[in-house]
Design a protein around this ligand. Sequence first.
Ligand code: PLP
Length: 403
Amino acid sequence: MPGFELFGDKERDEAQQVLESGVLMRYGFDGMRNGHWKAKEMEALLAKRMQTKYAQLTSSGTAALTVAMASCGVGAGDEVILPVFTFVASFEAVIALGAVPVLVDIDDTLTLDPEAVRKAITNKTRVVMPVHMCGSMADLGALERICEEHQLILLEDACQAIGGSYNGKPLGSIGDVGCFSFDYVKTVTCGEGGGLITNKEAVYSNADHYSDHGHDHIGNDRGAEDHPFLGYNFRISELNAAVGLAQLRRLDSFLEIQERHYNILKEAISSIPGLSFRRVPEGGVENYSFLNFFMPDEDSARNAISELKEAGVDGCFYWYDNNWHYHKKWDHLKNATGLGPLSPVIREGIEGWKASTFEQSDHWMSRTISCLIKIGWTESEIQDRAHSMRSALLAAASTGKLS
Ligand SMILES: Cc1ncc(COP(=O)(O)O)c(C=O)c1O
């Protein structure tokens, strides 16, 4: 999945242009920058590729989520519905705004279950945040209908699924706002960076100001700009944007390789007894960054993952035990443990769901294995891998480890 696997001259050349000008900041210094505006150029390309009117880059994917929600007017006490299988950034961004993360179940798409979302809606709910984990998407049609019915903001976290689509539209472009991460292990990387896309002018304009201390960016004297509202510094640097620009131009070629490698591995294991694949909602196209499959039960999943490890097949994850991605290990969230006290509103909000057990999610996650798709594999490496994966899973099956 990571773009760093194919990092090369194109990225170096873009970065070199910025280094030669010496202007590492995305705003101002017009005379010194030799006409280079890498962040602006990457924003234009991101908006074009994602078929949206606007894009705003940020310093990370976490920042993109924070800026996206702030730009939609989310603040103290608002509730944001998000899945129990995600990355910790989802609730970090919510809490940073004084809002309350409300965790709900996933289904066999490994993303938000629309029925669980419906049940969690209260009069404080402002946002529904599907997180398109491991390359595939939530049932966006159902979530759009729920958001329309209850006048909620639909925020797509597409950080792990850039380039996937739903009903012909790029992931991230379907909700009111969509977010991407360009951190070091994403399909498109710029070291550290992120971005949001939207078709809503007000959301874009808020994001543009909010991510730069509330600067209104009117005129050409930065020091004299006005601040219509409070903001923060979530700016991307020009140097990061330069690398990201070169990588984003290569996105479709990365996706092509990813899809090919994914299909070879999927084909190799599809006849393993008892194994089934994650459901992709109708109309959805994955970005193929992970091959996700279910074993018949928790024991067989644990045994299969150990067979894969023994066979030297790296990059296969059992998220059920993972402290970054699954609720079971999020005691710091459930106990509202900050460095200082969190606001009473956040603590009370978390108290409301912290005793929930999320059995439906445990049912799916305890059986899920996700295997990373690398884009740097040679032909012989991908063939060897397909063979090793199949043998490891068959070995598990033949020793009775797969029921
Ligand atoms: C689903 C998801 N959302 C948000 C983020 C945060 O992105 P970043 O690392 O750029 O802050 C990540 C990063 O791993 C992620 O996987």
